[in-house]
Design a protein around this ligand. Structure first.
Ligand code: ZN
Length: 168
């Protein structure tokens, strides 16, 4: 008998998802335990990678793209998250606009799933990649300052210690 992930058609059993075939001899059933098609579930404490979509006075909105260690696959239980001004860094944040900007790629820790709050309080958490607010060129880290190689504009962010390394 076909069980989860399998179906019967004209007397044959087929997989409806890709994964590992599980045969239960006692039950005389076949099921498929999906591997590639199961998006990971977020849990508190996960480190996520996302893109800043908007920055307001007290929160930066982040669209989550993946969980560290679980690939860049889509996530089931969350897409939209927020970093509150109190969860940016250990120091006082004067203006959230100095810490994040739209399009930034950030690495953050999941604090709370109900309200989808993220934190970047940690030296390896924060902005991984940032774009010039003027010309959209990727900003380069130069003496702890972010500089646009094209128009020489400097910007500030709550940087991850992995900024620009490509390491997640
Ligand atoms: Zn620029």
């Amino acid at each position: 008998m076909p069980k989860s992930g399998a179906y019967m058609d004209a007397g044959n059993i087929y997989a409806s998802t890709s994964g590992i075939v599980k045969i239960n001899n006692k039950e005389r059933s076949i099921s498929i335990e999906p591997v590639t098609n199961t998006p990971p579930h977020l849990v508190v404490g996960d480190i996520v990678i996302g893109q800043v979509t908007d920055v307001k006075d007290s929160v930066a909105l982040v669209e989550i793209a993946g969980i560290k260690g679980k690939g860049e696959r889509e996530i089931v239980n969350a897409e939209q998250a927020a970093i509150h001004v109190s969860n940016v860094k250990d120091a006082y944040v004067k203006e959230l606009y100095y810490e994040f900007a739209p399009f930034d790629i950030v690495k953050a820790r999941v604090l709370d799933l109900r309200n989808m709050r993220l934190s970047t309080v940690n030296k390896e958490l924060g902005v991984m990649k940032a774009y010039c607010g003027n010309c959209r060129t990727v900003l380069k880290l130069d003496n702890n300052k972010l500089k646009c190689p094209k128009c020489e504009r400097t910007e500030t962010r709550k940087l991850s210690s992995d900024y620009g390394t490509g390491i997640i």
